[in-house]
Design a protein. Structure first.
Length: 54
C-alpha cells in the first residue's frame, strides 16, 4: 500500500465526487507540506523570516 492510498483512505470514495474531493484534499496536504519545508529551510538558513519571491 502506497502512502497516497493510505492518505486517500480517510476520505469517502464511494462516489466519483467524493473520490475527486479526497484526491484534491490529499494533493493540498502534499503541496502545503512542501511549502512548509521550503519556509523552514529559508528560516533556518537565514535565522529570520524572509519572504521569498519567485
Amino acid at each position: 500500500m502506497t502512502v497516497l492510498s493510505q492518505m486517500l483512505e480517510k476520505y469517502d470514495s464511494t462516489t466519483a465526487e467524493g473520490a475527486a474531493n479526497g484526491l484534491r484534499e490529499v494533493m493540498q496536504e502534499i503541496a502545503l507540506a512542501g511549502l512548509y519545508r521550503g519556509v523552514v529551510v529559508v528560516f533556518s538558513k537565514r535565522r529570520h523570516f524572509t519572504a521569498v519571491s519567485a
